[in-house]
Design a binder for this molecule. Structure first.
Ligand SMILES: Nc1ncnc2c1ncn2[C@@H]1O[C@H](COP(=O)(O)OP(=O)(O)OP(=O)(O)O)[C@@H](O)[C@H]1O
Ligand SMILES: [Mg+2]
Ligand SMILES: [Zn+2]
Length: 461
């Protein structure tokens, strides 16, 4: 083993917001444009080298084995989908999410599946004691042959255990809890998190072992304060969901081995995270007949069409300025749609409070949901139901026009599969091939869409 130059440290400056490094202090970050975000940080003078880097000499391109073909699919289809097919050897995967959302649960389940398939797994917990994990495992029905638990936070100790155990899967729960004693900052600080992640990455690549790390999201949506981790790791997955809802979405945000924006849908139950086979059906299960202020929208999560219900409620403003509340839909889009409804359709929403809500605790980012939001608002405001056999999709433009959305075919097909037989679509969309049992209804403006979409005989706009 070559001597690893652990002797010194060097000083660099790291943006606390985005993780950009610089050799000198900068007043403003050239990457994320934050002011005064650079903090002087001592890092080890050499690259991570607990294990000699000489074990990893340069290779001729033609001799390089393509690691990506080396995937281990797990008997958890929703998880494979997000990973791009299965576990990739040597990949470092970050699973992040709000506290209590289910990261440890998911990671313990995945560990058990790999152990059941015959692999040796080490689950390192820096946050919970072994009895606590055992208790969770019992609840999840995990017995735990070949599944090794380690309650440890010193990364040197952890790495030496990894070397000795030679596992086929490593889980670090969480990255904020582990630390390197030679760095004089606390666990969870940007320096620690960054350096620990780099070393785990190094180890994972050297030993070709898939490694998962759990990370908490802080209030402003960043992991460990800064986004440092996301640059380093191979795959970033977000576990999302609202506390009041049992549904959990596992969303791919970055993936060096597959497509991003894939989504896996789970339900949090006593026995852990259970795959949801038919998410559209699950999300609509609470819906009852001819509801006022409710529209079903075929959204797209990655390549996957998903039917969701968007509800709106308008009530006269009691005093002061009218309030807008967006749960699961983009606040900016809600304001835009409200303005267009007022100005182009003539709905007097200026003295109305408006709440828009996506059921099931889902969050929809795409403008394709605009029309659904607008229909629900119009329906509530006029106290007229939206046609219950109808779904609606389209982006709303500033002059009240409806704009084309991507992958309309898949959306319409999903609506047909769940028994809807009419679909409002923007007229500007390319011709679509719809299944026989559903009729696409092209509309060019929001005004027209409201006339068609609200239940006939009442909806005179
Ligand atoms: N008996 C139970 N039945 C059903 N769900 C439970 C039960 N006990 C715990 N849970 C769920 O599991 C969640 C905790 O999951 P988990 O510990 O995996 O989350 P985490 O993301 O790792 O949290 P942390 O940020 O604290 O590490 C709880 O919020 C709760 O919803
Ligand atoms: Mg946890
Ligand atoms: Zn920055």
């Amino acid at each position: 083993m070559g001597k690893s130059g652990k002797s010194g440290t060097r000083t660099i400056f790291i943006c606390q917001h985005c993780g950009k490094e610089s050799l000198k202090w900068l007043g403003r970050c050239p990457n994320c444009h934050e002011w005064n975000s650079f903090v002087e940080t001592k890092v080890p003078a050499t690259t991570p080298s607990d294990i000699s880097t000489l074990e990893n000499p340069p290779q001729e391109l033609s001799q390089v084995v393509t690691a990506v073909s080396d995937r281990l699919p797990l008997p958890l289809a929703e998880f494979n989908r997000v990973l791009g097919g299965g576990l990739v050897s040597g990949s470092l995967v970050l699973i992040s999410g709000d506290p209590g959302i289910g990261k440890s649960t998911l990671l313990l389940q995945v560990s058990a599946l790999v152990a059941q398939a015959g692999g040796k797994v080490i689950y390192v917990s820096g946050e919970e004691t072994l009895p606590q994990i055992r208790l969770r495992a019992e609840r999840l029905g995990i017995t735990g042959e070949r599944l090794y638990l380690l309650a440890e936070t010193d990364l040197h100790v952890i790495l030496s255990h990894l070397e000795r155990l030679a596992p086929s899967l490593v889980v670090i729960d969480s990255i904020q809890a582990v630390y390197l004693p030679e760095l004089d900052t606390a666990a969870g600080s940007i320096t620690q998190v960054r350096e620990c992640t780099l070393r785990l990455m190094h180890w994972a690549k050297l030993r070709a072992v898939p490694t998962f790390i759990a990370g908490h999201v802080t209030k402003d949506g960043a992991i460990a304060g800064p986004r440092v981790l996301e640059h380093i790791v191979d795959v970033v997955l977000y576990l999302e969901g609202e506390p009041f809802s049992a549904y959990r979405l596992l969303r791919g945000v970055k993936n060096r081995f597959g497509s991003t924006n894939e989504v896996g849908v789970f339900e949090m139950k006593e026995q852990g995270l259970i795959e949801v086979d038919n998410p559209s059906k699950a999300f609509l299960s609470q819906r009852w007949g001819e509801a006022i202020g409710s529209t079903v929208v075929p959204t797209l999560e990655g390549t996957r069409p998903l039917l969701v219900e968007i509800q709106a409620l308008t009530t006269p403003t009691a005093f002061g300025l009218p309030r807008r509340t967006a749960n699961g839909v983009d606040f900016g889009r809600l304001l835009l749609i409200t303005a267009v409804l007022t100005k182009r359709v003539g709905l007097k929403l200026g003295n109305q409070d408006i709440i828009a809500n996506v059921t099931g605790g889902l969050r929809i980012g795409e403008p394709a949901a605009d029309l659904g939001i607008a229909l629900s608002i119009a329906s509530s405001f006029r106290d007229v139901a939206v046609d219950p056999s109808l779904v609606a999709v389209g982006e709303v433009g500033l002059s009240g026009e409806l704009r084309a959305v991507s992958q309309l075919d898949r959306r319409v097909a999903e609506a047909a599969r769940l028994g809807f037989n009419r679909c409002l679509v923007p007229k500007t969309s390319a011709r679509i091939s719809a299944p026989k049992n559903i009729k696409p209804i092209p509309v060019s403006t929001l005004r027209e869409a409201i006339r068609v979409g609200l239940v006939r005989g009442h909806g005179n706009v």
